[in-house]
Design a protein around this ligand. Sequence first.
Ligand code: GLU
Length: 472
Amino acid sequence: MSVRVRFAPSPTGYLHVGGARTALFNWLYARKMGGVHILRIEDTDRERSTEAHTQVILDGLRWLGIEWDEGPYFQGAFGARHRADAERLLAEGKAYRCFCTTADLDAQRKAMAGMKTAFRYDGRCGRLGAAEVEAKVAAGTPSAIRFRMPQGEIAWDDAVHGRISFQGHDLDDLVILRSDHTPIYNLAVVSDDIEMRITHVIRGDDHVSNTPKQIALYRALGHEPPVFAHVPMILGDDGKKLSKRHGATAVGDYQDKGILPAAMRNFLALLGWSPGGDREILPEAEMIAAFSLEGIQKKPAVFDTAKLEWMNGQYLSQLSADALLAPTERELARMGVTAPGRDLRPLIDSVKARSRTILNIAEQVAVRLDPSRVVRDAKGEQLAAKLGTAFSANLAVVADALDRIPAAEWHSDRILADMKALAEARGAKLGDLLQPVRVVLTGSTVSEPVNDLLVVVGREESLARLNAGVRT
Ligand code: GLU
């Protein structure tokens, strides 16, 4: 049996990181098993579904490198089959016509309000005699079609959670076709999954309560249900369900923040799945090889933005300055920084190891290009306070020594050798001499080695900034 899985988003909003993670697991499983990954857009909610949302979902998946082998199919195009399935269940007595109006149902709901159970349809239309039903139909009374929920246990072996069991009598006789002949979600999904020969349904935990209803529908339609794998929820760092309160939840927001698609994908894969051991950086081929439904965890996953940024930093540091040039230039342009004719690649190389995002790279490059962007951070201020007058005295000594290096010899080794000699001659610590330089050139006490920093900032610009630093 070859594996066929599907990602079935509803285009009623942007691509949420939870949806992207579901898509990723489906894709990984298909690739692992040599199966087929299908994209099905569930656009049956006419009011909330839009083409713009569909486009955002497709763009997000493409950006993440999650491919599909079939589709996108649009569920709205399969209305005729959904109706035919509902009619078939009706003809076979597995469903019945329900003539209850919204007002009837509200009255039932009110009557049940005192009891401590959730509302359940009382099944009254299921008890109507054939003649009565025919008379109502003949009189043109609108009717929905309700599925007759079988009694007894409905259970499945979830690939993530193990055995999950419900009792049919706890479940509603659910509407499958509305009186306007539009299908209800549970019917449309089952009808499509049967038609598309889906073997494994991998989706969010929030669907667990739909699954017994869908299993009952599968069986009523004469098919064995697929394997179900319900993946855990994603929580924010406070243990609550991930929402906008926690920050960005749309995949597109991370794209805008300069997160690399490979890093985002790696991060999403580890939300609720583990390859075993403590491996974290997983290139595509390794991720596919290691993926299994058994490796999906039961407990909710926590979305840790700091970890995402760390991971992005790992991926960034592996990219060449050539590859980072265009995105960095885009970010710089957005910041209003231009450097016509300047090769930015040495600057990118110099800062990428200490950067977590493209934005970080651009910010550091900007500081090295433009002295007006140097803002002293708390640690820089602390250092200046600690050194007191030695801060500018050290700067003056260093500036003087650097001034003696001719432009043609302004390279990292020469600068380091001269600075070591200077420290030795003065009986000073190299760090004490150089930290003020770092603060004046970048505003911060953390950067690439100071000799490298001086090279990328350039001789004239460095000396100008140091001399200005001495005077303040
Ligand atoms: N369209 C459903 C959703 O967006 C998914 C249905 C499913 O995966 O079975 O939640």
